[in-house]
Design a protein around this ligand. Structure first.
Ligand SMILES: [Zn+2]
Ligand SMILES: [Zn+2]
Length: 99
């Protein structure tokens, strides 16, 4: 394992998907409750995500933000169950203001 700042080269799966096609060799540290929104920089608030998953989770979190925690199934169905889980958890944490 080689750490390059927030990016880790790894053969381990990310926390969002059990498999990747093509294979992902990079994981990033994502703050479920984003640092930019006052989220804490602690392990309980951090998950390992592949670049695609990272993009998706921020995309869906933005959807929840624009719609007060709701997202139509036509949108959420494009995301994996884990992406939905962590995007919603992030929204819940940042709106309530604690873990
Ligand atoms: Zn992130
Ligand atoms: Zn992934």
């Amino acid at each position: 394992m080689i750490d390059i700042g927030d990016v880790t080269q790894t053969s381990a799966p990310c926390d969002l998907h059990t498999r990747h096609i093509p294979e992902s060799r990079i994981n990033m540290r994502h703050h479920v409750w984003p640092l930019a929104d006052g989220g804490p920089d602690i392990e309980d608030n951090i998950i390992a995500v592949c670049p695609t998953g990272h993009y998706n989770i921020h995309d869906l979190l933005e959807q929840y933000r624009m719609n007060m925690g709701r997202a139509h199934y036509a949108i959420t169905r494009r995301f994996s169950l884990a992406e939905r889980h962590y995007a919603k958890l992030g929204y819940d944490r940042l709106t309530r203001g604690y873990m």
